[in-house]
Structure formats: C-alpha cells, structure tokens
Design a protein around this ligand. Structure first.
Ligand SMILES: CC(C)(COP(=O)(O)OP(=O)(O)OC[C@H]1O[C@@H](n2cnc3c(N)ncnc32)[C@H](O)[C@@H]1OP(=O)(O)O)[C@@H](O)C(=O)NCCC(=O)NCCS
Length: 466
C-alpha cells in the first residue's frame, strides 16, 4: 500500500442510460406547447426514461457489473462502495446493499460505504467520501467505487420535459488520469425549498422551477467567489475563467448551463479579472452596480452576458453538453454524464488540462471542485475510458417511443411506486445484452432482478440474498 497516495481520483467510468427515450420535439407537439419551447427554450434534444422493467437498482447493477467486467477488476479488489441517489425505493435499505449481490460470489463482504442523499448532490458526496477514504489513514489499498443512479420523473406540466434517467459507476484510486486538485474546492450550503420530495407516496418532486434556477445561480456565484479566493491564497495569483480549460455543470436542462457559464463571465467582469477583454467589460459594465438580487432578475444582464460568453461557451462548455441534452436530467449522475461527454468528445486532447466541476443539489448543497487530467496508463487512460463507455453507440442504438406510450408508462410507474405484489412484463427485448431488469416485487416488497444474457432475450435470475 502506498504510504502517501498521489493523484487520487477517477480511474475508470461506465455509464448506463435506458434505451427507451422520447424526442423533445415530439413531446412539444404532444403537450401542445409552442414549437421550440423544450428544444430551444430548455435546450434539450431527447429524454431517456425507465420502462416498467427498469429502476435505479437495475441501472446501477448494470453499470457496476459492466465496469468490473470491462476493466477486469476482481470484486475482491473493491474496499468501499458509495452510492448517490435521490430516487427513494426504500426508506431504510440502501441501494448499496442491493449492489452487494454482485460481490456475493467472490465472498467479498468487507466493503464500507452506504448511500448519500441530497437531491442531485448525493453523487458528489459519495465521490468525496471515496476520495477522502483513499487519502486517509484508514485506506486499505483497495479501490473505491462510486455509483450515481437516478430516475428523474415529473408530474405532467412544465417540469416534465426536464426528466431523464441514468446510472454512472466510477472506480476510485491512486495515479488516476482524472485526479482531484483537492485543495481547490469551495462549497455553499443553505436551507431552501426550491425542489423537494415531501410526499413519500409519490415519486414526483414538489418544484418551484424559477426559485430553483435562482438558488442554483446564487450557489454558483458563492462557490465561484470562494473557489477564486482559495486559489488566490494558495497560488498567489488571481483565478479566472482563463485558468481552466473546461467547465462542467450539473445540468437539469441545458439552458441553465448556458446561463451559468455566462454568470461566471459576469463574475470575472465584476472582479475585474485581468483576463476579461475590453468588449466584455464594456458590455457588462452597466450591470456591475446591480445588487445580487437585482442581478438574478435582470433579463438584460442575462442576455448581454450570454452574448459576451458565447464564444468561450462554445470552447469550454459545449463539449460537455452532449449526454445531458440527449438523456435529460439524471439528477446525481447529471454532472458526471456531462463530464463523460467531455471525455467522449475530446479524449485525445485532454491530457494536462484543468476541468472545473460544479455540483448542485436543491435544498441546497453545492460544491465547485477541480480535476487535473493526465493521459494515464492503459486500461486507466482517458482514451480507454472514452472507448469503454462507447457513448456514441449507446446513443445511436436507442429506441424512440411515441408520446402516447411514454405517458402510458408514466401512469403505470405512478401506480407501481410504493406498491407490492406485482410481476413486470419481463420484456427485455429493447434492452442491450448484459442489462439487469426488474422481474417482480413480492408480497413483502422484495424486488427481484434478472440479467439479459448474450444476444437473445434469455435471462439468468439473480439471487436477492434470500
Ligand atoms: C425549467 C422550468 C422552470 C421551465 O418552466 P416553464 O414554465 O416552461 O418556463 P418558461 O415559460 O420560462 O420557459 C422556459 C424557457 O423557454 C423559453 N421559451 C418558451 N417558449 C419558447 C419557444 N417557443 N421557443 C424558444 N424558447 C422558448 C422561455 O423564454 C424560457 O427561456 P428563458 O429561461 O431564457 O427565459 C421547468 O421546466 C422546471 O421547473 N423544471 C424543473 C426545474 C429543475 O430541474 N430544478 C432543479 C434545478 S437544480
């Protein structure tokens, strides 16, 4: 075991999203809203959703199994497993314990960690727990594993097109190609009722969409200011947007990501950062005297800063937006899916680049942190991670369902939420081989899963620990 772990971070990643999806354009027409509202107004292209045979447990079983298989990791090599999720299937039993089925055969029950929950922030909390463990004196030299898994569904209405679903698994260890710059980390935590799930009988959140947008931007400002301050204290020089190659944001919908980056540009203007050019200064100067509250309400500032930020957005943010635009909000997995998009788009040119990550979970918790990327050694290299995730192929091989079918599935899922004593259709035709799916929930609410094997729909049942 290394006595002083170096370059602790993400060694490998796997992403799974349901192959069932609906085009936002199709949804616009079905919902009778004006053309462009979801595609341009929210900036979304497509939305993935779980059919009745998938849930957050099946998706995470798939992501973890696939990661271990593709990287040839023996299950006994995992010493900590942390899950981030806000999709409640059980108020006591963690999703992590379901994942222990994967380790049964190897006899490895010596795995620390449970679930972390706070809206979309739980995945980041889980990641920090794992990284901190590897950096601590209790680390036993084995790998950590982080899983972010969520199904984002909303009641009919304006928030429904901001749904999505996915699970991401990340292997944590030393000498990582995606290494934490641990000292550069700033948080903002506060009490807010912007998005919450008080009704335990429903999967749908109570959401104040406009408030959640303001809370997000306020938390972003606060984290960025603190981040800059910490950087300047440690490095003895100013930090600005110019000091990072990419910015990755939690993405409830792409429009908010566009607004967020513009907000960082505005922050740099207010701070009089030396990297800001004269045109930007001139265009945004009239807004620098606004109070914080006024600045969040100003449509003129929003427009002007987005305009000023446009070319930098295309360079530093656009490559991170593919999966969130195509899959939708994945809650805890959203930020890491955005990062996966960057690996997919730029894998060969990322070595030695700095990536700033912004994690936000309503309620609210937010952290800005930094990765330093290194090419790494096979199989834990940036190019191999991108190859193994195979995002292009996964997006291409999806099945678009018509709106009628989508609504029907949402209704069935509403009915099934919190229910017992049901058997699913067990129809795995649309799922790729290797995908886990829900077969049954018995009279004691115990859930049973199977794995689709080979190229056929033939499946092998999975033990559920009984
Ligand atoms: C995002 C959300 C508030 C949008 O709700 P809405 O009532 O549809 O909001 P709006 O009517 O303002 O429309 C959204 C945007 O589309 C634009 N728009 C509307 N119709 C349009 C059209 N036909 N063409 C182009 N743009 C259009 C609006 O101008 C607006 O843009 P803006 O944000 O730049 O002002 C809603 O989907 C929601 O609550 N989602 C969940 C929020 C969430 O995820 N919160 C967690 C945050 S972490």
């Amino acid at each position: 075991m290394a006595s002083n772990p170096k370059n602790v971070g993400i060694l490998a990643m796997e992403i799974y999203f349901p192959p069932t999806c609906i085009q936002q354009e199709t949804l616009e027409a079905h919902d009778g809203v004006s053309t462009g509202k979801y595609t341009i107004g929210l900036g979304q292209d497509c939305m993935a959703f779980c059919s009745e045979v998938e849930d957050v447990i099946s998706m995470s079983l798939t992501a973890v199994t696939s990661l271990l298989e593709k990287y040839g990791i023996d299950p006994t090599q995992i010493g900590r497993l942390e899950v981030g999720s806000e999709t409640v299937i059980d108020k006591s039993k963690s999703i992590k314990t379901f994942l222990m089925q994967i380790f049964e055969e190897s006899g490895n029950t010596d795995i620390e960690g449970v679930d972390s929950t706070n809206a979309c922030y739980g995945g980041t909390a889980a990641l920090f727990n794992c990284v901190n463990w590897v950096e601590s004196s209790s680390w036993d030299g084995r790998y950590g594993l982080v899983v972010c898994t969520d199904s984002a569904v909303y009641a009919e209405g304006p928030a429904r097109p901001t749904g999505g679903a996915a699970a991401i698994a990340m292997l944590i260890g030393t000498d990582a190609p995606i290494a934490f710059e641990s000292k550069f980390r700033a948080s903002h935590m506060a009490h807010a009722y912007d998005f919450y799930k008080p009704n335990l009988a429903s999967e749908y959140p109570v959401v104040d969409g406009k408030l959640s947008q303001t809370c997000y931007l306020m938390a972003l400002d606060s984290c960025y200011k603190r981040f800059c301050h910490k950087y300047e204290k440690l490095e003895g020089k100013q930090f600005s947007i110019a000091d990072a190659d990419y910015f990755v944001f939690h993405s409830p919908y792409n429009k908010l990501v566009q607004k967020s980056f513009a907000r960082l540009v505005f922050n740099d203007v207010v701070r009089n950062a030396s990297s800001v050019d004269e045109v930007a200064k001139e265009k945004l100067a009239p807004f620098t005297s606004l109070t914080g509250d006024e600045s969040y309400q100003s449509r003129d500032l929003e427009k002007a800063s987005q305009q000023v930020a446009k070319s930098l957005y295309d360079e530093k943010v656009q490559p991170t937006t593919l999966i969130p635009k195509q899959v939708g909000n994945m809650y805890t997995a959203s930020l890491y899916a955005a990062f996966a998009s960057l690996l997919h788009n730029k894998n060969s040119s990322l070595a030695d680049q700095r990536v700033i990550m912004f994690s936000y979970g309503s309620g609210l918790s937010a952290t800005m942190f930094s990765f330093h990327l290194r090419e790494g050694q096979h199989p834990f290299s940036l190019s191999n991670i991108a190859k193994v995730m195979n995002v292009g192929e996964k997006l291409k091989s999806r099945h678009e369902l018509p709106p009628g079918k989508f609504v029907e599935i949402m209704q069935l899922m509403e009915h099934r939420y919190g229910a017992k004593d049901f058997v699913t259709s067990k129809d795995a035709t649309l799922l790729p081989p290797g995908t886990y799916y829900l077969t049954e929930c018995d009279s004691k609410y115990r859930r049973f899963y199977a794995k689709k094997t080979g190229e056929s729909t033939e499946s092998a049942p999975v033990a559920n620990g009984h």
